[in-house]
Design a protein around this ligand. Structure first.
Ligand code: SF4
Length: 752
């Protein structure tokens, strides 16, 4: 027992099935009946998992996925909670990859047919890789290999780690603090198989982004085959394995960054499964967009030259090597002159960028003040100078400095290329690092220019001022107005089979909205298969949907007060686990205060997002303490899976329309209007309905769950579009005229 406690936890690996001797072998043909038999009574799943029951919707999905693979089609399939959709696509995918093995031309060995599986959330990614795949591998008894692959910046780079440690040894100030911060990394490095920083509980990369930025693998500084750490490199290990795996599990972020880097990460693939596909447009918008901020410049500058009582960085290291080297006087003077010029430019760029971002923050502050909006409000712009005239001079200064630095770095690189290894021993290393820095400077210049010129009509441009009004923390961003023009050529055109699945893809069984948003309407219609599966749940008996008619609409006077009063009555009357979903922090805050004050004397735990801890801690408490009330916004509308009694009442405070003033939403609505469409009915309403259905889906997670959904937004009853929301639900809502009538009906329903 004691030895069990002392032993270290099992090591996490991101490869499955790569044991020595495991080979790709040719196997049987893709047999629909054999695959279906896995799910049927007496099949592998029933034997392996006691209590497993084949569900008609799951079998329909298995058939549809098999058909998509064998016909090389694009399948859009909506499958609700409880369908068992992961197995319904994983099992056919495994059999397909086993049946489609290709032979390498070079040595007659077998290559697997790879299938990329992309999810939006880490939870689902981990569920698939750490639970579903090991389970299926051990019970299907097929020798497939799988890899969990993340973006390069999740993995530590040994080369950069070594350089960083050397750098710290040379620094005087702040060195002790940084060393202590890095201690958990050093300990973890002696253990980890994957190098994935997320494993490390002692060092949270997102809390120390500027330290992690210097340690993670970065293509600009990767020496590839020439790296002395190549054989133990974490990125190489996982990427090599991914090229030789049957299933590669990624997230949407990696899927899109791979697209814009010409498949440099995933290499060529022809089969794709996108789970949580309802997030595809948002993910593409986010990851195919561009962003610039001050810290990118600071990183560039500090890597070149840093002074904290002692000089560190690439330039001082090179200067030292030049003095020690065996160069002609002429070459030495030229190189030292170049280094001096770059050093001086790093200082002036540092100052110019600070002036630029300070002035920009002030301009944002003034703009929002003039518009009478909160200081952190995002500002969409089409013309930089028109929106921020006071930044004209500092913008030019900053861009000129960046351009000069990029040019001078190139000159230094060109001159260093003439130096031989006999003259400076480390010249290869310097050239390599310098090339990475040149690339970084060129890329930054291109990004800042693109954002400031704002001429690319395919993008929407905006500024995000620091919400706290801090001087330097403004971010300049751009995102594609329409992701279709990128997804069609970059992704769809080269896929053989693609499966897009989610619990919410269609509106009343039609996929038109989803297709138009992600460019699937541009794909040959003969290749599209569409299927909206019904739910395996008996919603008529499992859920009551209540709409109180007596409340004002959210825009009318008294909405907050009457909402708080109704919620207090409901909570103290019913004492059941309640999740309240909001569309804004502002309303959440007001209701939270109201509930706290009014329910103070009652023994009810009230938890608010952003008030009482991080999301996972809130969810844990919510599940642990019976009758808890949890208030959440955005991220709580989806991805929460709480079966049973902890969650029996779900409250939707407002219909979840996107904020129309968000730059990207505003631009997309304008684009529809310009084409003669109706942005409200073609964009706002369908997007809100899908989100509304996601929210609704939080309540019933298993066949034995029962509960009540209360929709507080009266627009669902009073406005024409409201009926579209109510009709999208799987049960007919009940309308109530008084609070008493509603509470009595709910109470009676629970005791039915
Ligand atoms: S191969 Fe590249 S990523 Fe790997 S350790 Fe070397 S430099 Fe870092």
């Amino acid at each position: 027992m004691v030895s069990q406690q002392l032993s270290s936890p099992p090591k996490v690996d991101n490869l499955i099935g790569f044991e020595t001797g495991s080979q790709t072998v040719a196997s049987a043909k893709f047999d629909f009946d054999k695959i279906k038999a896995v799910f049927l009574p007496g099949g592998i799943l029933e034997k392996a998992r006691p209590g497993y029951e084949a569900r008609p919707q799951q079998l329909q999905m298995v058939e549809a996925v098999c058909r998509a693979f064998s016909e090389e089609s694009f399948l859009l399939i909506e499958a609700g909670t409880g369908t068992g959709k992961s197995w319904a696509y994983l099992i056919p995918a495994i059999y397909w990859s086993q049946s489609q093995i290709q032979t390498k031309e070079t040595d007659d060995s077998f290559l697997p047919t790879r299938i990329i599986i992309s999810t939006n959330t880490k939870n689902l990614q981990e569920q698939i890789f750490f639970k579903d795949i090991p389970f299926l591998r051990s019970h299907l008894k097929l020798p497939f290999r799988a890899v969990l692959l993340k973006g390069r910046n999740n993995y530590l780079c040994w080369h950069r780690w070594k350089d960083f440690i050397l750098e710290l040894e040379h620094r005087q100030l702040s060195s002790l603090k940084e060393r202590l911060e890095l201690l958990p990394v050093a300990v973890w490095l002696s253990e980890t198989l994957t190098g994935d920083i997320e494993e490390n509980t002692g060092f949270r990369a997102h809390q120390k982004p500027y330290v992690w930025a210097k340690l993670h693998s970065d293509s600009r500084y990767c020496k590839g085959n020439k790296c002395s750490f190549n054989s133990v490199c974490f990125v190489n290990r996982v990427r090599r394995a991914a090229r030789n795996a049957h299933l590669v599990v990624v997230n949407h972020s990696l899927l899109f960054s791979d697209l814009v880097s010409n498949n440099s990460v995933l290499s060529e693939y022809q089969n794709l499964i996108v789970d949580e596909a309802h997030n595809l447009e948002n993910a593409a918008t986010q990851y195919l967009g561009v962003e610039a901020h001050l810290w990118q410049i600071r990183n560039l500058v500090n890597n070149l030259y840093y002074f904290d009582g002692r000089e560190t960085g690439l330039l001082p290291r090179m200067r030292q090597a030049i003095y020690k080297g065996k160069l002609s006087q002429n070459t030495q003077e030229t190189l030292l002159g170049n280094i001096e010029a770059v050093t001086s430019l790093t200082r002036s760029l540092d100052q110019a960028s600070s002036r630029f971002f300070r002035q920009l923050s002030e301009a944002c502050w003034e703009f929002n003040l003039r518009q009478r909006q909160p200081i952190g409000t995002k500002i969409r712009y089409r013309d930089w100078l028109e929106n921020f005239p006071s930044t004209g001079i500092v913008t030019n200064e900053f861009l000129n400095e960046l351009q000069e630095l990029a040019g001078e770095l190139r000159r230094l690189h060109e001159n260093l290329l003439l130096v031989k290894a006999e003259e400076i021993a480390e010249v290869e290393d310097f050239l390599f690092d310098l090339e990475g820095t040149c690339q970084e400077a060129d890329e930054l210049l291109a990004v800042f220019k693109m954002l400031i010129e704002a001429t690319d009509q395919r993008y929407v441009f905006w500024l995000e001022p620091s919400p706290r009004g801090e001087n330097f923390d403004s971010r300049i961003k751009a995102a594609p107005l329409n992701v279709s023009f990128l997804l069609k050529p970059l992704l769809y055109d080269r896929l053989r089979t693609a499966i897009f699945t989610s619990a919410t893809l269609s509106i009343n069984g039609q996929f038109d909205y989803f297709k138009s948003r992600v460019g699937l309407d541009l794909v040959d219609p003969d290749r599209l298969l569409e299927n909206a599966l019904g739910s395996p749940f008996d919603f008529e008996h499992q859920v009551l949907v209540a709409v109180p008619k007596f409340l004002p609409t959210p825009k009318e006077v008294g909405f907050i007060e009457t909402t708080v009063s109704l919620l207090c009555d409901t909570i103290s009357h019913l004492h059941r686990g309640t999740l309240i979903l909001f569309t804004s922090y502002e309303l959440l805050g007001k209701v939270y205060e109201g509930l706290k004050i009014n329910l103070e004397s009652e023994d009810v735990l009230i938890l608010g997002q952003g008030k009482d801890g991080a999301r996972h801690a809130l969810l844990r408490q919510f599940c642990e303490q019976k009758g808890t009330v949890l208030l959440g916004t955005n991220s709580f509308w989806e991805g929460i899976d709480i079966p049973g009694t902890p969650l029996e009442i779900l409250v939707i405070t407002r219909l979840p329309f996107e904020v129309p003033s968000e730059p990207i939403i505003q631009a997309r609505m304008e684009a529809i209007e310009q084409r003669g469409g109706n942005s409200f009915y073609q964009f706002s309403v369908p997007a809100a309905i899908l989100r509304f259905r996601q929210g609704f889906g939080r309540l019933i997670r298993t066949k034995s769950d029962r509960g009540v959904v209360i929709i507080l937004d009266n627009r669902a009853l009073r406005f024409r579009y409201g009926s579209l929301f109510l009709e999208s639900l799987p049960v007919i809502p009940k309308v109530f005229n008084t609070p008493r009538e509603m509470l009595n009906a709910i109470e009676k329903w629970f005791f039915r």
